[in-house]
Design a protein around this ligand. Sequence first.
Ligand code: 13P
Length: 264
Amino acid sequence: MVLVSAKEMIEKAHEGHYAIPAFNTNNLEWTKCILTACEQAKSPVIIQASEGAAKYMGGYKMVVDMVADLHDSMQITVPVALHLDHGTYEGAKACIEAGFTSVMFDGSHYDIDENIAKSKDIIALAHSKGVSVECEVGGIGGVEDGVASNGELADPAECKAVADLGVDFLACGIGNIHGKYPENWAGLSFDRLNEINEAVDGKPLVLHGGSGIPFDQTSKAITMGVSKINVNTELQLVFADATRKYVEAGKDLEGKGYDPRKLL
Ligand code: 13P
C-alpha cells in the first residue's frame, strides 16, 4: 500500500510545531495539482474527500485507486494519506473497508453521549486496520456538502471526553467556518483554543475552514496544538478562476470545445 495512515505525519508535525495540509479533492485534476505541489514543497499531505465528492468521482474504491495510482505514476516521494472528510458513521466504515488510510467521523450533530459512543466504535474499527481517525466536537460553521452547522466554540470537557477515547486528532470549533469568511468575522478564539489544548493534554487538533484565515491566526493556532489545516474553498476559487480565464482566452472556441488538458 503506497498510501499511509495520517497518524505518524500528524504526530511529527505536532512535536515539530508545524501542520500538515489537508486538501479536499473533487476530481483527477485537483488530485494531480495537490500531489504536484506537495512533492515540489517536499511536504507530507493529506488528500481528503467528502462523501459527496467521493460519490461524484465514482465511489470510495474509485478514489482509493485514483490517488494510489497517481501516487505511483507520478513517482511521489512525500508521505500521502487518503482521508474521509466529515464522514457519517456508515461512510467512515465503508471507507475503512475500501482502503482509505484515514477517516473522519463527524458526530458533532449528535448529542455528546451518542457522539462518544459512535466515535468509540469507529476508532476501534479503524485502529484494528491501521487507519487513523479524526473526530469532531462542536459544529464548524458554514455550509459543506449541503450540510449547514451553527458554528460554535467547542466545550473543552467534551473535547477531553472524545480525546480520551484514543482518537488520533480532534476537530473542534473555535470560531472557524467553512467557505468564505464574512467581513465581520470575529476571528479565531484563542482563549477557547487554549482551554481545549490544555483539556486534551497534547492531542493534535484540526483546524477546519482553513481557506481565508489570516496567516498570523493560522500560525498562532499551530503554536497552540493545531497540526492539520483543512483547505477546500481556495482550491475551488483557483479552479473557477482557471475556467473563467480559459473561456475568456477563447480556448473553448478553437473548434475543440472544452479540452481539460488546456485548462491549467
Ligand atoms: P474551507 O472550504 O473553508 O477551506 O474548509 C475546508 C474544510 O474544512 C474541509 O473539511
